[in-house]
Design a protein around this ligand. Structure first.
Ligand code: 26Q
Length: 797
């Protein structure tokens, strides 16, 4: 990259910067520096290079009076940052050389960085990819979220069962952020509302301070940098001296305790854990601070509030920040004297809402009494929003209904635009969850199919494939991913195929070495790596995958001399701590692994591995090494998926259902390069309505009956017949997610996969066709869609 003085950053310059930081910022002598000290010094030296483009971007936005996008999200699953920065600044080789000069191994130092795991899964990772694309596209933007002290829990296995321990990324110094004590806002809770001269006055009972921490997010080639602003909760007074002087030592700490709990820990559930007071406080805490912050910036620039939507676009990442609507209305009405109706219209003109789920249990609803107790003024405002909506449309849909405040309905009514995250999902949003509201506001629902950043999810995580692409079609695809289409011309080229295959082998070797070192597990890199990585959920059907594994194990044992295709089945993912059935599925996978991995008859053909604590950094190793991508959710249940995109882009064809973005992946890569199976969303719904479908599907299926029988006999649980009664009972009696109905179709498709995999040239062509045709799934394309259709925001360069 070019320096401040437009000079190229060389390894010598960076090396001297690192040495300077080691000495002056970290206070260490190179003789005694640890990997941690080197990592801090490298990070600081890199951070120095981000600050200038960051200032320049802020200046440009201000001077050009550009519209800003505010992306409000409870989660930002960003992972490690060193590589992100070196890749975007184009100084990866320089950094490696500088570290080598200092006698340090770059990879070791990079790997020492803890993941910033401030998210559960897809939704949080999407927010991180969006931040990367917003900067790459030079769209002025802020990400707003919570600076959790503890990110997503760490997962361990004890006797095959998930154990959770607290994650502590902030225990070490986090050098990427800048503390902004001057940017802090009071956030209030509880109390009551009084009325005087027709004006409502909120008298809160509790107050905490939201204090900002900024991380610059630099885009491709360092051309632009936006800000990720995370809020930490602090007490308004550190210590209650009065209580202390009275001898009440515990009471003296009370203000501190309340405040610190709010930003203490990320809720580890990726469906709703409804009704938790602290969760509501977290949501209001970060949303209120964000709205206050963006209004302060807007007013400081001298604009009039009537032009708010010309300068401000606010996007709600699911309903978690849904209180943004009422909060904005509250400030406009109570603090700026704007008329309620006008305020609702003004807020709506700024707000967009993205829906990420159709699962009824994942739609946020708050008990009205709890809501009114924590946010009494907002409760009243929501009633007025509801009145406004009913008067406006004549709709019978209520926001407050049956004693619940429905955050989905609130978000829908308060946003000028509502979007789903894949074509199928957006259609289902219209037909199911928001069918009535769609009638009332027929133009409001749009689609913006998700995407992934090619910088992290190809360039950075897959150097072998990146280099091959560069040698074959040149660079430039990193911020124009459709350029991968140029690979099309090489798909039948034998030497390209060979090189593509070699890159895959390199990545499989890398993963095998990583697993060996980490867990002492040996993998056979010549076997097919069949990978399912995602949160554990019944609808994602990891249990269908493990049942199919058992069925395959049976068939190999029945016919040990058959022409079997060696496979390693890899699982990765965490279960919500309170989700008992998901935890049983984990236990079953580990039990099955323990049984079949030691079977001498099948050992050469089948292995199951489940490395614990799947996270972003693990994904960066597994995804490039994958041969087969498992995207097997019950049709109609996965909103989009984004792992499906990462795997396909990295040359791993999909075995999957017509669900979420799989539908669009299939359209792009072509049916010949995708292993499709299973019921469609419409067929699945019809099947569910058939009385007794579960039992009938099992009884008609000897292969599956045998597998379920083995589990029931304790074959995988040391004779314990009851260990998996929850899973078995569920499959026999309910099977809402239609594992049994899709089982044969899945099993048969897996055998087709086996056959194709034995034809090396054909398989490699398929894998490469996936890479060549996935360009559309760049999050740059997604962000352009939001910018054009929803935010009406422009790229500044
Ligand atoms: C809500 C209330 C209380 C506690 C937790 C939550 C909560 C937290 C996280 C609810 C949902 C989530 C996360 C949902 C999520 O990750 N959804 C995924 O979003 C991806 C990005 O759009 C999609 O690709 C996936 O299909 C979708 O499952």
């Amino acid at each position: 990259m070019l320096d401040q003085n437009q000079t190229l950053l060389t390894a010598d310059v960076l090396r001297d910067d690192i040495s300077k930081h080691l000495k002056l910022s970290i206070g260490k002598d190179p003789e005694h520096a640890s990997v941690y000290d080197w990592r801090m010094s490298l990070s600081l030296a890199l951070r120095d290079r981000v600050v200038e483009p960051w200032f320049a971007s802020t200046r440009k936005t201000y001077e050009g009076k550009h519209k800003r996008v505010y992306y409000l999200s409870m989660e930002f699953l960003i992972g490690r940052l060193i590589e992100d920065v070196t890749i975007n600044l184009g100084v990866e080789d320089v950094a490696r050389a500088a570290m080598a000069d200092l006698g340090q191994d770059y990879e070791t130092v990079v790997a020492d960085e803890p993941d910033a795991a401030l998210g559960n899964g897809g939704l949080g990772r999407l927010a991180a990819c969006f931040m990367d694309s917003l900067s790459t596209l030079a769209i002025p933007a802020y990400g707003y979220g919570i600076r959790y002290e503890h990110g997503l829990f760490e997962q361990h296995f004890q006797d095959g069962q998930q154990i959770e321990t607290a994650e502590g990324w902030l225990a070490q110094r986090h050098v990427w952020e800048f503390e902004r004590p001057e940017a802090s806002y009071e956030v209030h809770f509880g109390g009551y509302v009084s009325e005087s001269d027709g004006k409502a006055v909120w008298h809160p009972a509790e107050t905490v301070l939201a204090s900002a921490y900024d991380t610059p997010v630099v885009g491709w080639k360092g051309q632009w940098a936006n800000t990720l602003r995370l809020w930490a909760a602090k007490p308004i007074k550190l210590f209650d001296l009065e209580s202390f002087n009275r001898g009440d030592y515990v009471g003296a700490n009370a203000p501190e305790r309340l405040a610190r709990t709010i930003s203490r820990v990320l809720y580890p559930d990726d469906t709703t854990d409804v009704g938790k007071e602290l969760r509501l406080k977290q949501e209001y805490f970060f949303t209120s601070a964000s709205i206050k912050d963006l209004l302060r910036r807007f007013i400081a620039e001298g604009y009039d509030l009537t032009e708010l939507d010309d300068h401000v676009a606010i996007q709600l990442n699911d309903t978690h920040p849904a209180i943004a609507g009422p909060e904005l209305v509250r400030i406009l009405v109570d603090e700026h004297g704007i008329d309620m109706t006008k305020a609702i219209q003004m807020a709506r003109a700024c707000l967009g809402y993205t829906n990420h789920t159709l699962l009824p249990e994942a739609l946020e609803r708050w008990p009205e009494d709890l809501f009114a107790r924590i946010l009494p003024r907002h409760h009243r405002i929501i009633e007025m929003i509801q009145d406004y909506h009913i008067a406006e449309t004549g709709s019978h849909v209520r926001i407050i209904d049956h004693g619940n405040v429905n955050m989905g309905e609130l978000s829908f009514v308060m946003a000028h635009s509502v979007n789903g995250v894949s074509a199928l999902h957006s259609e289902l949003v219209k037909q199911t969850v928001f069918a009535d509201l769609h009638q009332a506001y027929p133009k409001r629902i749009l689609n913006q199919t998700n995407g992934i950043t090619p910088r992290r999810w190809l360039h950075s995580c897959n150097p072998a494939l990146r280099n091959l692409i560069n040698e074959t079609i040149g660079t430039g695809w990193e911020n124009d991913l459709e350029k991968l289409k140029d690979l099309e011309a090489y798909l039948d080229d034998a030497s390209f195929q060979q090189a593509f295959d070699a890159a895959k082998v390199t990545n499989k070797d890398r993963m095998a070495a990583w697993l060996k070192k980490r867990d002492g597990i040996t993998l056979d890199p010549s076997a097919m790596f069949d990978i399912q990585i995602k949160r554990i959920h019944e609808y994602k059907r990891q249990h269908m995958n493990i049942l199919e594994t058992i069925a395959l194990w049976n068939e190999i044992r029945d016919n040990p001399n058959g022409n079997w295709t060696p496979r390693v089945k890899v699982f990765g993912g965490k279960a919500a701590p309170g989700y008992a059935l998901a935890k049983s599925i984990i236990h079953l996978i580990n039990d099955v692994a323990a049984t079949i991995n030691t079977d001498p008859v099948t050992r050469d053909y089948l292995q199951v591995v489940y490395p614990e604590n799947y996270n972003v950094s693990m994904a960066e190793i597994l995804i490039p090494a994958s041969d087969l991508s498992e995207q097997i959710s019950t049709a109609g249940k996965e909103a989009s998926g984004t792992g499906n995109m990462k795997l396909s882009l990295n040359g791993s064809p999909t075995i999957g259902t017509l669900d979420g973005a799989n539908v669009e992946i299939l359209e792009h890569v072509g049916a010949d390069n995708f292993f499709l199976f299973g019921l469609t969303a419409a067929e699945a719904q019809a099947k569910r309505d058939e009385h007794g479908h579960a039992r009938r599907a099992i009884e008609a299926n000897p292969r599956l009956s045998r597998v379920l029988g083995q589990i029931a006999q304790g074959v995988f649980s040391g004779g314990d017949r009851y260990r998996y009664s929850d899973i078995l009972h569920n499959l026999w009696e309910h099977d809402y997610f239609l594992v049994s109905s899709d089982f044969d179709s899945y099993f048969d498709k897996q055998r087709e996969v086996d056959g194709v995999y034995q034809d090396k040239a054909r398989w490699t062509r398929m894998a490469a066709a996936n890479t060549a045709r996935m360009g559309w799934f760049s999050s740059d394309r997604t962000i352009r869609g939001y910018a054009d259709d929803i935010w009406h925001a422009k790229s500044v360069i």
